[in-house]
Design a protein around this ligand. Structure first.
Ligand SMILES: C[S@@+](CC[C@H](N)C(=O)[O-])C[C@H]1O[C@@H](n2cnc3c(N)ncnc32)[C@H](O)[C@@H]1O
Length: 238
């Protein structure tokens, strides 16, 4: 048993502290195409925590509204949305390396350039690299549902995380979440509703119809094939 009362106390004393994470590092193997795409594109589109607090105007070479996508998987939605909205800039964050590779391959094929990617934990990127009130939209599509009750604490959408998002989004900016897990949708709604700095954009006070600009990912199609419903939530920062 540890004699430290809090994780902070233990960390201050130099102890290694295990924090709750929303992901498990999977050892995925890169395909040759993914590895080659990373080698070619990473120098121009890759960002790391070592970049520190970003000057987004300098990163993209212009001032444009920025969308941040957390946990983009294979990058299908990120690349399609960036291709469909050349007037906006996009930042994607994903911890799974084959996803980074697949995203860069797709971006190269679509000749999309208004995006950057981090291969890091989104919580650390938000804390260390994203300036306050700099984002126009944060989107998280089909985050890991962690469906067993004892794993619910691993769900990325939690009050503390939402506070961090609000801090990084400009006034009138939007948080857009989607899930095919009803119990997680209810949890998301509860967490976002509890935040006085947010206004629900749903006219029925709960979910919004699937927005046209959200591309269908492979993950979503698979869910649909199994008969899952899909819930979209959009909240505006006051
Ligand atoms: C269930 S998948 C959905 C992927 C994609 N959005 C889609 O709809 O196909 C969730 C993704 O979130 C990523 N992820 C989970 N926690 C993360 C975190 N803290 N930072 C970055 N990525 C994360 C996982 O690696 C995984 O690829």
């Amino acid at each position: 048993m540890s004699h430290f009362k809090t994780a902070e106390e233990a960390a201050a004393a130099g102890k290694y502290v295990r924090t709750v994470r929303s992901f498990v590092k999977r050892e995925g193997r890169l395909t040759k195409g993914q590895a080659a795409a990373i080698e070619r594109l990473w120098p121009s589109v890759g960002l790391t925590l070592e970049n520190g607090r970003l000057d987004l105007g300098a990163v993209f070479g212009r001032q444009a509204p920025v969308t941040l996508e957390i946990g983009f998987g294979m990058g299908h939605s990120l690349v399609e949305m960036a291709a469909n909205a050349p007037e906006r800039d996009f930042i994607g964050i994903e911890v799974h390396e084959p996803g980074i590779g697949a995203c860069l391959m797709a971006a190269e094929e679509a000749e999309v350039e208004n995006f950057r990617v981090f291969h890091e934990d989104a919580v650390e990127v938000l804390k260390q690299c994203i300036p306050d009130k700099s984002l126009n939209c944060v989107q998280i599509f089909f985050p890991d549902p962690w469906h067993k009750k004892r794993h619910h604490k691993r769900r990325i959408v939690q009050p503390e995380f939402v506070q961090l998002l609000i801090q990084k989004i400009e006034t009138d900016g939007v948080i857009h979440l989607a899930t095919d897990w009803e119990n997680y949708a209810e949890h998301m709604l509860e967490v976002l509703n509890d935040e006085p700095r947010l206004t629900n954009l749903s006219s029925s006070g709960d979910y919004v119809p699937r927005p046209d600009n959200r591309p269908k990912t492979k993950f979503e199609r698979r869910g649909e094939g199994k008969g899952h419903g899909v819930w979209d939530l959009q909240f505006k920062i006051n």
